[in-house]
Write a protein that binds this ligand. Structure first.
Ligand SMILES: Cc1cc2nc3c(=O)[nH]c(=O)nc-3n(C[C@H](O)[C@H](O)[C@H](O)COP(=O)(O)OP(=O)(O)OC[C@H]3O[C@@H](n4cnc5c(N)ncnc54)[C@H](O)[C@@H]3O)c2cc1C
Length: 637
């Protein structure tokens, strides 16, 4: 397998402009001759499908929810970055690029990140034109707030529901094209397999989740925008339905998987309360603009927060990272929370929690202002915990949230399978070993509105496509293997629920491949996972039939894939013998507990090639060069 990044030559700030000019175009009248499949209708998929249809391509779009409006992008709360410099506080395209490369701990591809920063400004204009109601200042200007890892205010937001408002914008654009007949929308259809013909991605196999019908869909190119896989941890901030199925099946068909172990653990989530939970709730990072994080100075201090005087509190982020304070990046803030809890200074009944306190901000700005900024987040917290955060500090703890890893793509967002493009959280592209807050929405929309529509045209104009039909042998084989798999799940008739396997998998991943990883733990996980997988295939109980709505069957398919992916994540974490960003190998840390990279050996992307079910996957590397932001030890002190 060859990993060709296809990064254009020349100065970094001119690469994308030149590349756009040098790429071949498809003449407007010819665009309708090409059909594109887009799997996923979240921010990345909906923006791509709508834009390509607007350009004149024929688009077929798929999602597993009953409407594109329920894609998980809707959950995004805090905001979206863009280098508009509306605050006149020193922001620029280069600064956003610099912050993102540094934030990713020097493990991302410089050219992609620069392009992302360039395109960020267009995204805001596009969304404003669509009517997305971003927060505004009294005078009508768009308002900004700060997110972690930045010393400027560049985050655009719509209260605590930015993802929802952005998705409504993309959804309207998509619906318009559905109305015009340019996009054919397939809701409640789950992609089960990728169809590869003559070495190129030419279609997908889906299961209709209402009738159980399994069928093939053919196109000239396939785009996967199927989101992240943090649900491998079972308890995460992701929706229960988030999965790895589409990208995992593509991996098994030859698409390299980039940096699978790079997971983001978000520092501000409502702590776990017990085994009954099916997911965790994020408290947006935007809250760290006004909330102060602290724990008691003394171990085992069980006094209520109000009884703990100021000089007996440890505002540990402000103490350890004075220049960024409560807005230190997520990986650093998460580890700092874990460290104080490991010392026995955590709060709440489990001891796995820290305070996020708004008392100072309320005193300074008034409760009404805080309500205006974060009202829905405070309401959500109160509904879940029964505590009023205007009066009692919130309790928060880190939780699995986002996956920087995903299918490897080149500069054109094409995977190692020609004709298979991957967008949004599903690809590995821009965030290196740690994503900065408010940059996932930016990346998904950059990919869908502004990058893919150009690069896919170049692919079409550079290749010839023979007409295919869904009776092709590759389609029939994909359909029959999908049907066999469904039957296999239903026939096992074992003793354990799918959820119980998912929970056990989550425990293994959190303990051994979570916030802290080490050689011994990862080896343990690599022994436990195959055993759990074997038990799953012998002892899972999937009730109901295949020809009806069957959530147990849907979950079984996803958990089966997670059980395989978990092993690849542990293998990747084991082989990366350094600490970087969200990947903290306990053996590699500085004297004061910070991540210790090994630039000599690991300044590269690890991309894994599937070698067969019983075989160890092959690790390939794409070397990374840092010519514009020079390698340095990341410091937020
Ligand atoms: C609670 C929360 C808050 C967040 N807040 C922010 C924030 O403030 N700022 C920020 O930048 N980022 C935030 N993020 C991250 C960001 O929301 C996501 O990374 C981003 O929205 C992902 O978009 P996407 O289009 O790639 O995927 P998604 O929105 O997850 O869409 C995936 C799509 O793929 C479809 N799909 C998946 N699998 C299949 C399959 N097998 N077959 C068919 N269809 C399939 C789904 O139906 C869906 O349409 C947050 C994330 C969470 C969980």
């Amino acid at each position: 397998m060859e990993l060709k990044s296809n990064v254009p030559s020349g100065p970094i700030d001119q690469q994308w402009t030149r590349h756009k000019f040098e790429m071949k175009l498809v003449n407007p009248a010819n665009k309708r001759k090409y059909t594109v499949i887009v799997v996923g209708s979240g921010l990345a998929g909906a923006s791509a499908a709508a834009t390509m249809a607007e350009l004149g391509y024929q688009v077929k779009c798929y999602c597993y929810q009953d409407t594109p409006r329920r894609a998980h992008s809707i959950a995004a709360q805090g905001g979206i970055n863009a280098a508009k410099n509306y605050q006149n506080d020193g922001d620029s395209v280069f600064r956003l690029f610099y912050d993102t490369v540094k934030g990713g701990d020097f493990r991302s591809r410089e050219s992609n990140v620069h392009r992302l920063a360039e395109v960020s400004v267009n995204i805001i204009d596009q969304c404003v034109a669509q009517g997305v109601p971003f927060a505004r200042e009294y005078g009508g200007m768009l308002s900004n707030r700060s997110f972690g890892g930045a010393q400027v205010s560049r985050t655009f937001y719509a209260r605590g529901q930015t993802g929802q408002q952005l998705l409504l914008g993309a959804y309207q654009a998509l619906e318009r094209q559905i109305g015009l007949g340019a996009v054919k929308m397939f809701t409640r259809h789950e992609m089960q397999d990728l169809i590869v013909i003559d070495g190129r991605a030419r279609g997908i196999v889906t299961r209709d989740m209402i009738t159980g019908k399994i069928e093939s869909h053919i196109a000239d190119a396939v785009v996967l925008a199927t989101g992240g896989y943090a649900s491998v941890f079972c308890l995460s901030t992701n929706a229960k339905g988030c999965n790895t199925t589409a990208i995992w099946r593509a991996y098994k068909k030859g698409a390299a998987f980039g940096n699978p172990c790079y997971t983001q653990i978000h520092p501000t989530c409502i702590p776990v309360t017990g085994e009954h939970q099916s997911k965790l709730t994020l408290m947006s990072e935007s809250l760290r603009n006004d909330g102060r994080i602290w724990v008691p100075m003394k171990k085992g201090d069980t006094r209520s927060p109000a009884q703990i005087p100021e000089d007996e509190r440890d505002y540990y982020l402000e103490r350890k990272y004075p220049s960024y304070g409560n807005l230190a990046p997520r990986d650093i803030s998460s580890r700092a929370a874990k460290a104080v809890c490991d010392e026995g200074r955590g709060v709440g009944s489990t001891g796995l929690g820290v305070y996020l306190d708004f008392a100072d901000a309320i005193q300074r700005l008034g409760e009404a202002k805080i309500r205006e900024r974060y009202g829905n987040l405070f309401d959500m917290y109160e509904r879940i915990t029964g505590e009023n955060p205007y009066q009692i500090p919130m309790r928060i703890y880190p939780a699995a949230h986002y996956t920087m890893g995903g299918l490897w793509v080149d500069y054109n967002l094409m995977s190692t399978i020609p004709g298979l493009f991957v967008l949004g959280e599903a690809n590995f592209s821009d965030h290196g070993a740690n994503r900065l807050g408010a940059s996932a929405l930016m990346q998904g929309l950059a990919d869908g509105y502004f990058i893919l529509p150009y690069t896919i045209g170049n692919y079409f104009a550079s290749n010839k496509f023979e007409k295919l039909s869904d009776t092709h042998a590759a389609c029939k084989s994909g359909e029959s293997s999908t049907a066999v798999r469904v039957q296999k799940f239903l026939a096992i008739n074992g003793q354990r629920t799918v959820d119980s396997f998912h929970r056990e998998l989550g425990h293994i991943m959190w303990e051994f491949c979570g916030m802290g990883r080490n050689e011994k733990g990862l080896q343990t996980a690599l022994q436990k996972l195959p055993a759990l997988r074997e038990e799953f295939w012998k002892n899972v109980r999937v009730l109901g039939e295949g020809e009806e709505i069957n959530q147990s069957l849907e979950k079984a398919g996803r958990v089966a894939d997670f059980l395989e992916l978990g092993e690849l994540m542990c293998l990747d974490a084991l082989e990366r013998r350094e600490s970087c960003g969200g990947h903290f190998r306990e053996e590699f840390q500085t004297a004061d507990g910070e991540a210790l990279r090994d630039d000599q050996k690991f300044t590269h992307v690890a991309a894994w090639e599937f070698a067969g079910d019983a075989k160890k996957p092959v690790r390939h590397v794409e070397p990374l060069a840092f010519e514009n932001v020079h390698l340095q030890t990341r410091s937020y002190k």
